[in-house]
Design a protein around this ligand. Structure first.
Ligand SMILES: [Zn+2]
Length: 129
């Protein structure tokens, strides 16, 4: 098991701030918190309130497994981007979830998120990290 230290948690928060700026999420109030837990299905979770435009990004401080080939900071950066993309497409997800099951909305939104993740990570200047 891997545990995140306070510097890594701070780094994650900085990446959330960076990506929310890049994605223009100005109309959202975004909080970042560390959760001293382990989740076998996710590294982080974001809960959003559609009417208040608030989002709470939680990073789990304990990670069951991270392949040794993956750089921890790169991974934190990518996780931050992932959560910000969830916020970006949240207005569409909220609309879709009125009609479709949550699992369907989750699947479709992650098809988009995966494409955007790849493009945006590659585009980011290295010296900004
Ligand atoms: Zn996700």
């Amino acid at each position: 098991m891997i545990e995140l230290n306070s510097e890594e948690i701070y780094y994650f928060e900085k990446q959330v701030r960076y990506w929310s700026e890049e994605l223009g999420l100005h109309s959202w109030m975004i909080g970042v918190n560390a959760k001293d837990e382990i989740d076998s299905e996710a590294y982080a979770r974001t809960t959003m309130h559609k009417n208040w435009r608030t989002a709470n990004v939680e990073i789990y401080t304990k990670i069951e497994y991270l392949p040794s080939t993956i750089d921890k900071l790169d991974w934190l950066n990518k996780t931050a981007l992932h959560e910000c993309l969830e916020i970006l497409i949240a207005p569409l997800s909220f609309l879709a979830s009125d009609i479709y099951a949550d699992s369907v909305v989750l699947g479709a939104s992650h098809e988009i998120i995966r494409v955007l993740e790849k493009t945006l990570i590659e585009r980011r200047p290295q010296n900004e990290q």
